[in-house]
Design a protein around this ligand. Structure first.
Ligand SMILES: O=P(O)(O)OC[C@@H](O)[C@@H](O)c1c[nH]c2ccccc12
Length: 271
């Protein structure tokens, strides 16, 4: 079984367990059902920001342990102070070392949009995302049918959550695209074998209709890459490891963003 199949098999069990432990009715009592979410889309389009979605990720199947003891409070606040446009918080425990509480902590200390990064296969997880204070959820085309994507995205919208749809090739993009989603993320990492190739974002950019915000995901480590991807129409850049592999992830993020900003100034001067 490839890793993606293993994750989905585990998720199915986990969701079934959670459903009986914390029924939907209980989740709906959360205060976050009464608060207005912050739009990820809007923040990514703000001209005063760089479009970086900074991710909090302790470990991953591809890299193993990255930064197991790091503080979510310090990192998330630091990411936002560094000028990130949004946060992505991995809540999967088994494969990424995350938990729902990480997102709740980030929510408590930040006003920015927060993407709940998990492997969503069931409406229950969307209610859960809302209940912990998320503003947006991820749907991964590789693990969902087109009908599931449409239904799950519509359900997210009904809870005023935005949807980032992740694709890894043209075929996935063509079959999964639906007006219910807000942004399309091209994952440069192949989730089946972990190879990373940024050219994928460049190749797929023209095939993404302009009504969707374009996000390039994974494997970005150079400020120059962000500038290049911007010229291909990308407005969002999802970055985890480049920041998280440093003991002071927020400092790495601040330095990266400064570099992007100074390169942006020189690109504009040369126009
Ligand atoms: O750490 P990186 O290479 O900067 O990648 C971040 C993010 O794109 C990656 O964590 C990711 C993209 N899609 C996912 C789906 C599930 C879990 C994780 C991911």
């Amino acid at each position: 079984m490839n890793i993606l199949d293993q994750i989905v098999a585990h998720k199915q069990k986990e969701v079934a367990e959670r459903k009986s432990l914390y029924p939907t009715k209980l989740l709906e009592k959360s205060i976050y059902f009464e608060t207005q979410p912050v739009s990820l889309k809007k923040y990514l389009l703000r001209p005063d920001k760089t479009g970086i979605i900074a991710e909090f990720k302790r470990k991953s199947p591809s890299k193993g342990m990255i930064n197991p003891y790091v503080s979510v409070e310090r990192t998330s606040v630091g990411y936002m102070q560094a000028g990130a446009s949004a946060l992505s918080i991995l809540t999967d425990a088994q494969f990424f070392g995350g938990k729902n509480e990480d997102l709740t902590v980030a929510r408590k200390f930040n006003f920015c949009p927060i993407l709940r990064k998990d492997f969503t296969i069931d409406e229950y997880q969307i209610t859960e995302a809302k209940s912990i204070g998320a503003d947006a959820i991820l749907l991964i085309a590789a693990i969902l049918s087109p009908t599931q994507i449409k239904t799950l995205a519509a359900f997210a919208k009904s809870l005023l959550l935005e949807v980032l749809l992740e694709v890894h090739d043209k075929e996935e993009l063509d079959r999964s695209i639906t007006p219910e989603v807000d942004a399309i993320g091209v994952n440069n990492r192949n989730l089946k074998d972990f190879t990373v190739d940024i050219t994928l974002s460049k190749e797929l950019s023209a095939a993404i209709p302009s009504q969707f915000v374009k996000v390039s995901e994974s494997g970005i480590s150079q400020a120059e890459t962000v500038i290049e991807l911007k010229s291909y129409g990308y407005q969002g850049f999802l970055m985890g490891e480049t920041f998280m592999k440093n003991s002071r992830s927020e400092k790495a993020c601040a330095e990266f963003i400064e570099k992007v900003q100074s390169l942006t100034v020189s690109v504009n001067l040369n126009k």
